[in-house]
Design a protein around this ligand. Sequence first.
Ligand code: SAH
Length: 246
Amino acid sequence: MSTEPDMDQIRIVLVRPSHPGNIGAAARAMKNMGLKQLVLVAPEAFPSDVATARASGAEDVLINAPICDRLEHAISDCHHVVTTTARNRSLQWDNVDARKAANQVIRQSRQGQVAVVFGPERTGLSNQEIELSHQLVHIPVNDDFSSMNLAAAVMLMCYELRMAFIDEPESYISESEIEKKATSGQVEGFIQHLHEIMAQIGFLTNKPSDRLMGRIRRLYNRSHMSEQDVNIMRGILAGIQSRIKR
Ligand code: SAH
């Protein structure tokens, strides 16, 4: 019987990777560290012989990787989403290093699907994409040269995940954590519902709503809503809507 850690609830998401070589190298790094679930969002060139060559032995990870056109779709069933970033965007974020993030990812993965998201080589992720996460992870490298190669960043995160798992194979989950966390898709459904009502009551007239909705999304993601929290909030929104109709 294999003694390999079971980290099947953890997916690695690469958003708009431009170099197929990085996709292959990321798959290889993942398999070395015992992770299998790779999801690609709008890769520039995939499938690709270059990716397959760089995977050298981890082709199964590539073959099984679903391809999505948007990050929202890649994480909609995840209740915990951490995003790696080359820049330290400290202000409104829960910002942690790779080791702390890995510990939490392992704990959260005992309750359902969890995603670790990586951005494109040239630009990193957009603010709208970053707003979908619960936590930002910055690998504290040389401040004067902080951008790592994408596949190297994947390797480092996967190594920390493996170490966190080995340190705490059966980590204890407290009572308060047992309440079922809402998935990214459920929270997004609530935010869309709220947006609809804001439009109905004229709150959004003449104002571009993207920044405001981004702020609201960050606010709710910070609070890590449970399924029940989402149901309560949506119940209130439905009540407001039926009052408006009357
Ligand atoms: N020029 C981009 C760099 C992107 S590097 C920028 O400034 O954002 C590609 C991806 O590798 C990043 O989006 C992130 O997912 C990961 N990465 C690179 N350096 C990192 C670091 N120091 N900490 C965490 N992730 C990093």
